[in-house]
Design a protein around this ligand. Structure first.
Ligand code: ADP
Ligand code: MG
Length: 430
């Protein structure tokens, strides 16, 4: 869509991570697409002319555009045309409120959010002569959610729009990134439950019911570079790749979800099984990545009896699409590499490696690189199939608002910024 004058003069434009989308357009899909576009995305001075063939569309905008791309994708599927590939990355930031402890210490809230897309960090600093001053750092993302935003709204902005796509051969991933105590678990916990509600509702629609689509759930953890099943007594798992480069986690328990309430029970059961060491639950779980997957599978009775375990034809049928919710290890844990304790050092190095590899993979996705550096870490290897084909990536960077967390907050925002900024300068770098 061409940018009109109003759009280019407004600050709203160019904040998104959305790249070019290549479609094979046919007349049947083009007209409903244009008709269903939200009004604010149509520019009055543009006439849409239909041209058959491969079309490359560059869309640049905020969360609204995220919805538009998904709409476009849905149209193409509705009309059974081939979408070559759709990759969308949505970068969001969530600020939590000051907690009781921070309030009792009278700590300043140094993060201001405006227009749902911008934020400023007011870093308290000292000059050489020890006079205090404030250094301002400005950031811009697809969505910035302040301390008043509820978990329901977080769901609506980040995950809700991508749910229909996982019925359409898409792999979606939603990450929470940030320092320990910034709200990752608080943010991630309710999302799979809300998603399962929407998925189950869609499964009951005649189209999907007749296709025998079913919902399956699994929950595991990566701790110190090893995989543990959180729904099967922390059984150690190993990963295998088949000839078609499909990832398969051998022995991972998957459960069919027939009603939503059971999802809550699985989440609670899995949480209770997360790494807990002598130092206390939160301390240890901040060193692991927890991955909850909801997969849509096409039930196939004939195959079921003699299924071969090659990853695509897994228990319950062929995977149509899936969404992974990832509560990442505390970002500050990657710096535990100089700790005196050897175990802590090893874990820190592993976390550091995985967070760097994750950033590289998302950046590679965004630059249409043929080679995606999955092999950088266990985390990215496990997510390999979510980085190829049609994919949706939602990153929620969680930040603490208090002055004492300033350095970590800036680190988190810079990490997210690195994921973002490369898409703009990507071509120059190549
Ligand atoms: P993390 O998983 O990043 O270590 P948690 O999600 O455990 O952090 O959050 C730390 C504490 O802050 C928890 O007690 C949690 O309930 C609270 N908290 C986090 N985000 C919010 C929020 N947006 N609103 C209210 N409380 C929050
Ligand atoms: Mg946590």
């Amino acid at each position: 869509l061409p940018t009109n004058e109003k759009e280019s003069s407004s600050k709203e434009i160019n904040v998104a991570k959305i790249k070019a989308v290549i479609f094979y357009l046919t007349e049947e899909m083009f007209i409903p697409f244009v008709l269903s576009l939200p009004l604010h995305l149509k520019s009055a001075d543009t006439s849409y002319q239909f041209v058959s063939g491969f079309v490359c569309i560059r869309i640049s905008m905020s969360a609204a555009g995220f919805h538009a791309i998904i709409l476009l994708h849905s149209c193409s599927i509705m009309h059974a045309t081939n979408t070559v590939c759709v990759l969308v990355v949505l970068l969001s930031v969530r600020k939590r409120p000051l907690n009781k402890k921070e309030l009792s210490r009278k700590e300043d809230d140094i993060v201001t959010v405006y227009d749902n897309a911008y934020l400023t960090v007011h870093e308290p600093r000292l000059k050489v002569d020890l006079t205090a001053y404030v250094e301002k750092h400005e950031f811009c993302f697809d969505a910035v959610l302040d301390e008043h935003v509820t978990n329901d709204e977080v769901y609506r902005v980040t995950v809700e729009p991508i749910i229909p796509t996982i019925f359409q051969r898409t792999k979606a991933t939603c990450f929470a990134y940030g320092q320990t105590g910034s709200g990752k678990t608080f943010t991630m916990q309710p999302l799979p439950l809300r998603a399962a509600e929407d998925i189950v509702r869609l499964l009951h629609q005649p189209t999907y019911r007749s296709q025998r689509f079913k919902l399956w759930l699994s929950y595991f953890e990566i701790y110190g570079g090893k995989l543990y099943d959180l729904l099967s007594d922390r059984r150690k798992l190993c990963m295998r790749e088949d000839g078609r480069q499909q990832v398969c986690i051998v022995g991972l328990q998957e459960f069919e979800v027939l009603d939503v309430q059971i999802v809550k029970e699985y989440i609670e059961r899995g949480n209770a099984a997360r790494s807990t060491g002598s130092t206390g639950a939160n301390e240890e779980s901040s060193r692991s990545h927890a991955i909850l997957q909801l997969a849509i599978k096409k039930h196939n009775e004939i195959k079921e009896s003699k299924r071969h375990n090659d990853g695509t034809e897994s228990k319950g049928g062929k995977v149509v699409g899936k969404i992974s919710f990832i509560d990442l290890a505390g970002s500050e844990r990657g710096a535990d590499t100089t700790d005196n304790d050897r175990q802590t050092r090893i874990e820190g190095a592993e976390i550091n490696k995985s967070l760097l590899a994750l950033k590289e993979c998302i950046r590679a996705l965004d630059n249409d690189q043929i080679h995606i550096p999955f092999r950088g870490s266990k985390l990215t290897e496990v997510l390999r199939d979510s980085f190829v084909g049609n994919s949706r990536t939602v990153m929620i960077s969680c930040i603490s608002p208090n002055a004492g967390s300033c350095e970590h907050t800036l680190n988190t925002l810079r990490y997210a910024d690195r994921v973002k900024s490369l898409s703009k300068s990507g071509n120059a770098k190549k």
